[in-house]
Write a protein that binds this ligand. Structure first.
Ligand code: MF3
Ligand code: CO
Length: 291
């Protein structure tokens, strides 16, 4: 934060307000933490009012997309068919699927069934079956702004064991997000997630995490869920990131699919569940922008 602004200059964020009435206090606080040796966010990660409005609009479309797809998650449907519907609906809502062609990814969504932890590639050869638990992860680009969220769906009647995993994974995200408020730390989220998973006999995937989002698909910070309270990046108003822990019924170990290089599986073959929300740090706490 080397660039100093005069107190009566217009704020760097483009709000049109004087710096002293806008980001002055936040910048001062960040500087205090930085000098004490804490990891602090770069100013470019703090979203302006206009950017937040853009991400919120993108998020609304991502939410609508997940609401829309729920009716199609039934026994016998191929994951390719679901992906096609997601592609069409995203377009209809005025957006672009962020997944499509992202680093060579071939589809508009990730559909991960049972022991697939994440990044399952939709396929015309994969059919949903009664008893499956399925994560559908969608991301929208709307007017240049990105949002990202995912939910679990149960196909037909699932076992009590699987249903519990799905429910606890949802609670993990909710408990993690409850931690989000300014002048606390990113590590607080992971602590809450991991504690709740462990208390239920589950494990949390270490290698894959959430991410900053908004102006790009994947921005800093990286958001882990096996972290300690009081560690990691300082949370500051304007920061936007995803909370998306992967909760395994068995061991935390994962392995990548060697043929498609995207799908991630549990090593022990036991199921995994994930929910994802896009969250904004506000002046007083947080706002969920996509769920
Ligand atoms: N929505 C996923 C995430 O949470 C996107 C994975 S990138 C893809 O980051 F290419 F696989 F879509
Ligand atoms: Co994400």
């Amino acid at each position: 934060m080397s660039d100093k602004f005069g107190r009566n200059d217009l704020c760097w964020c483009g709000s049109g307000r004087k710096y002293k009435k806008c980001h002055f206090f936040i910048d001062e606080q960040i500087e205090i933490y930085r000098l004490r040796g804490y990891e602090v966010p770069h100013r470019k990660l703090l979203k302006t009012k206009q950017q937040i409005e853009g991400i919120r609009e993108s998020g609304k479309r991502n939410i609508a997309l997940l609401n829309f797809i729920e009716n199609y998650v039934v026994d016998g449907v191929s994951t390719e068919e679901i992906d096609q519907l997601i592609f069409e609906k995203t377009k209809e809502l005025g957006g672009i699927p962020a997944d499509l062609h992202y680093e060579g990814y071939p589809k508009s969504s990730c559909i991960s069934i049972n022991d697939v932890v994440c990044h399952g590639i939709p396929s015309e050869r994969v059919f949903l079956q009664d008893g499956d638990i399925v994560n559908i992860d969608v991301s929208t680009i709307y007017k240049g702004f990105f949002s990202d969220s995912s939910r679990m769906f149960c196909v037909g009647s699932v076992s009590a064991e699987k249903q519990k995993l799905v429910n606890i994974a949802k609670e993990c995200v909710e408990l993690g997000i409850e931690q989000v408020k300014p002048w606390t730390f990113l590590g607080d989220i992971g602590q809450a997630v991991n504690d709740h998973a462990k208390n239920n006999g589950y494990s949390v995937v270490k290698e894959i995490g959430g991410h900053g989002i908004g102006v790009q698909f994947h921005e800093d910070p990286w958001v882990g869920y096996v972290t300690k309270r009081g560690t990691g990046m300082l949370l500051v108003p304007g920061l936007v990131f995803t909370v998306e822990p992967m909760i395994n019924m068995g061991k935390a170990n994962i392995v990548a699919d060697t043929s498609d290089n995207w799908a991630i599986y549990t090593v022990d073959g036991k199921p995994s569940a994930q929910w994802e929300k896009t969250v904004l740090v506000t002046e007083t706490g947080h706002e969920v922008l996509a769920y």
